[in-house]
Design a protein around this ligand. Structure first.
Ligand code: CUA
Length: 314
């Protein structure tokens, strides 16, 4: 019963790092103190309003000066509670800012709109951060463009990612599984689509992952499909013919496209490629320019080929 009430009041995500339980108890403590104070103060106030209400037109107001004991208690007790919260907050903060020297380091690059990761072996991954279970991990983060913020709710860590300087955070995952990663700094039209997944795996799996430098053996269409969601295309382009900010990509291949300047072209592989690398070069009639970021330099030839192969299947 209490447990259920607690979950209803405090909707915290899963506890999957060493920070989680500690952050949660302090957070819960502050929340419950706040709830208690709100109810107590409001309750007493309502009770007094009714009990001491004016009963007649000529009733005189009671003359009250002060109550030293009561005032001392309601000043000293909350002050002690605040000091207690400050001390714990400070101790945890200090620890969270001091990564152990044996931490595994992973580079994080934020860009409009997605996340890239680079591991010690030079292995890279996009939109998917893989780390080993039970080992401290330190993320070294930098933005390629505007300010972003890297947030993994289940690990209870969040830190701004800036273009001008490296920022970092560290944690020790305690539970294998997949957890969502968000950008929590408004960074442009596709901010809400700037997502990634944290995969906490067994240490052996992690070793295999970072040492496997060969391209993942997906067929071009599979690779394209994966990239389509990872790169955020899906945020603006529908694949079922419905209208979004940008043209639908359903059955686009082979269609004749008409542009705002009146010119026309057939949607072939070259058209797909130029639309991804130079999206504002040709704007389809009825749509606005400057909506889509250029993927120039962000896609390898193989990835481009995969995306084009996938678009052709729609
Ligand atoms: Cu990046 Cu919001």
């Amino acid at each position: 019963m209490l447990e259920a009430l607690h979950r209803w009041i405090i909707r915290m995500p899963e506890q999957a790092s060493e920070w989680a339980a500690r952050v949660d108890w302090l957070n819960n403590f502050i929340t419950y103190v706040a709830i208690f104070c709100t109810l107590a103060i409001t309750g007493v106030m309502l009770y007094f309003m009714i009990k001491y209400r004016r009963r007649s037109e000529d009733q005189p107001t009671t003359y009250i000066t002060h109550n030293a004991t009561l005032e001392t208690v309601w000043t000293v007790v909350p002050t002690l509670v605040c000091i207690f919260v400050f001390i714990y907050g400070f101790l945890y903060y200090e620890e969270m800012r001091t990564p152990p020297t044996n931490a595994i380091e992973v580079g994080v690059e934020g860009y409009q709109w997605g996340w890239n990761f680079e591991y010690s072996t030079g292995k890279r991954s996009s939109a998917e951060l893989v780390i080993p279970l039970g080992k401290p991990v330190r993320l070294i983060m930098r933005s390629k463009d505007v300010n972003h913020s890297f947030f993994i709710p289940s690990m209870r860590v969040k830190e701004d990612v800036l273009a001008s300087t490296y920022s970092y955070l560290w944690f020790t995952p305690t539970k294998a599984g997949e957890y969502p990663i968000f950008c929590t700094e408004y960074c442009g039209t596709q901010h809400s689509a700037m997502l990634a997944t944290l995969k906490v795996v067994q240490p052996e799996v992690y070793e295999d992952f970072i040492n496997d430098r060969a391209q993942e053996k997906l067929t071009p269409v599979e690779l394209g499909k994966k990239l389509f969601s990872q790169k955020g295309c899906v945020a603006c382009h529908s694949i079922d013919g419905s209208a979004k900010v940008c043209p639908t990509l359903q059955k686009l291949f082979g269609q004749e496209r008409e542009f705002v300047d009146g010119s026309k072209t057939k949607a072939d592989e070259n058209y797909f490629e130029s639309s991804m690398l130079n999206p504002n070069g040709q704007i389809v009639k009825g749509f606005q320019p400057n909506m889509m970021p250029s993927f120039k330099g962000q896609l390898s030839d193989e990835e481009l080929a995969g995306l084009i192969a996938y678009l052709k299947t729609l």
